[in-house]
Design a protein around this ligand. Sequence first.
Ligand code: CP
Ligand code: NVA
Length: 300
Amino acid sequence: MKKDLLKLLDLDRKEIYDLLRLGDQLKYEQHNGIKHHHLEGKTLGMIFTKSSTRTRVSFETGMYQLGGMAIFLSATASQVGRGEPPEDTARVLSRYLDGIMIRTFEQEEVETLAKYASIPVINGLTDFCHPCQVLADLMTIRESKGVLDGLKLCYIGDGNNMANSLIVGGLKAGMKVSIACPENYMPDQRVLDFAKGMDLEIVRDPREAAKGADAVYTDVWASMGQEDEKLQRMKDFEGYQINSAVMAEANKDAMVLHCLPAHRGEEITADVFEAHADDIFEEAENRLHIQKAIMVSLMK
Ligand code: CP
Ligand code: NVA
């Protein structure tokens, strides 16, 4: 049966670590000029109904480096944006392509696409989750710290797609997860249900959440599709920022991570961002390597 990557809730610990190991290997090979054309002659379709820099470029480049190619399908320039249902798009694209990556709003749309497609479907971000990003994040932390088990991952900000995926991915990988978010911006209930009885704490105070953290993470206060709420969110998230006071609570050698794009002066100060730019851009690079691992394991 074909396999998809729709959300981290669907993966077990072993599958996560297998991807991390393959990501490390492909990164090593790429950096050392060792060709790995595992997907020669294969084509990935990339459906985007939201903007992207990293996801688009890393998937497209990744396919090229694996010996295949990728086709960019924006919602506006395809029939997707004119309402062709995912059930039909899935069955049509399955007759041309070897895999589909989709970035969109509703998780439901991705699940339906996968149900009707006979080829692997990869979630490149929905309102519910961002699995590829969090696999890259885990890869980055493991690369720097050597392990994930027992480390404390702190996330400060909106209980959004990033928070949802960090909770699931962090806990499945053996980390402790601590979230600081405003009361009305909690992570998704499905994620909270999954985390019941596991090492997750959710607090209001960012400094409390950052205590003893090995990695401190944040994301924008207003995600794609929430542009209308921006002013209200600016008020509601005041104080939910990674700054030097928050970092003073974390471990001395704590990493700072951000999925990007970042808004300096909002969810993170410019000085903390720049002090940890090496971590943050390594994290962005690792999108390429981990997604190649995902594509090889699903599409080879
Ligand atoms: N982090 C991330 O997914 O970036 P893009 O929106 O640029 O793809
Ligand atoms: N929460 C952000 C993540 C961007 C990578 C968004 O959905 O816009």
